[in-house]
Design a protein around this ligand. Structure first.
Ligand SMILES: C[S@@+](CC[C@H](N)C(=O)[O-])C[C@H]1O[C@@H](n2cnc3c(N)ncnc32)[C@H](O)[C@@H]1O
Length: 318
């Protein structure tokens, strides 16, 4: 029988290079290459992102929504889909500066464990957790997700917001978190995909610039492949939502902020404003033309408790 990683297409040379490495070598590659971007001065990201430091798409309902409104809507949607109850355990895989974790910690009585590859993100997250008075329910480890000790059936929910594309071994990662979920546990993924039938050149210099030069390592699957690996890990897909237009608008707001604060960014990291503007501009165009797509996916291990009437809770509007 074919393994899941055999039926996922490698669309770029970077992925084929990853495929040729041993698993430990690829893990080290991701640790080093991906961390570099997120180790930049957090002040820079606070000039570009919303007040929660969300480094993933917001949800726009109107083209003139502010970034803050769109990111607030995203958080409310995640909270509604995950429906975290007091004492429930949530694992944030690729937690960044804590956008999702800290919002859920403030609005629910859950307990949170995150991992990031960036020591500076960890420091910022822990400081923000203390400021918000939720530090006793929030833990963050500086580690690759493969090194996280996840006991079988110990988690109620797992979140990957803008992080799964940095992880080459999708079958391994989803398999591990699926085993760690309790029966009824929920998995939420918010990230980018390629269309199943390529539109444009996935090996272009512009794609390489985003995937390697700017962000270190990225692997985009098609939605059907991503869902296939999630199902292959034994989870049921409950819901998907297309957020491609929302990501184009999110990137438009980030680019405006880079332009506005260019001098301050350059003073902190010479050359970094140009990297941000270049990769965000290519990404925005890709989402605007739908040569890249953005989805929110909710899956569960067996029968999930999502509100009293799951179908209503899953309705696309926030
Ligand atoms: C684009 S940021 C998203 C941050 C946050 N989830 C959000 O939505 O604001 C990607 C995050 O994933 C983390 N990450 C990427 N690959 C990882 C890995 N293999 N193990 C742990 N964290 C990882 C990075 O360190 C970074 O914090």
């Amino acid at each position: 029988m074919a393994e899941w990683h055999d039926v996922v297409t490698s669309r770029t040379q970077t992925e084929r290079d990853a495929q040729a490495r041993s698993e430990p070598a690829q893990r080290d590659h991701e640790r080093r290459m991906v961390a570099e971007h997120y180790e930049n001065d957090p002040e820079i990201f606070s000039l570009v992102l919303d007040s929660r430091l969300t480094y993933s798409t917001g949800i726009f309902e109107r083209a003139d929504d502010s970034l803050e409104v769109a990111q607030d809507r995203k958080m409310r949607r995640i909270a509604r889909l995950l429906d975290i109850q007091p004492g429930e355990r949530v694992f944030d895989a690729g937690c960044g500066w804590g956008s999702v974790m800290l919002d859920l910690a403030e609005h629910t009585g859950g307990r949170f464990q995150g991992v990031t590859l960036s020591a500076r993100q960890r420091e910022v997250l822990l400081a923000r957790a203390r400021d918000k008075g939720v530090a006793d329910r929030v833990e963050v480890d500086l580690m690759h997700i493969d090194d996280a000790q996840l006991a079988p059936e110990s988690l109620d929910a797992v979140v990957f917001s803008g992080s799964i594309v940095h992880m080459h071994d999708r079958a391994g990662v989803y398999g591990r978190v699926a085993r760690a979920l309790k029966p009824g546990g929920r998995l939420l993924v918010s990230d980018c995909c390629f269309p199943r039938v390529p539109r444009g050149n996935t090996e272009s210099a512009a794609t390489h610039y985003i995937f390697v030069t700017a962000l270190g390592y990225c692997r985009l699957l098609s939605l059907s492949e991503e869902l296939g690996v999630i199902e292959g890990a034994g989870l049921d897909v409950l819901h998907t939502q297309d957020l491609t237009s929302s990501y184009a608008l999110t990137l438009e707001r980030w680019i405006d902020n880079v332009r506005t604060h260019r001098a301050q960014i350059e003073a902190r990291a010479p050359g970094f404003a140009r990297v941000l503007q270049a990769y965000m501009t290519v990404a925005r165009l890709s989402f605007a033309k739908r040569t890249a797509l953005e989805y929110l996916v909710l899956a569960a291990k067996g029968r999930a408790r999502i509100g009293e009437i799951p179908d209503a809770a899953l309705g696309a509007r926030s």
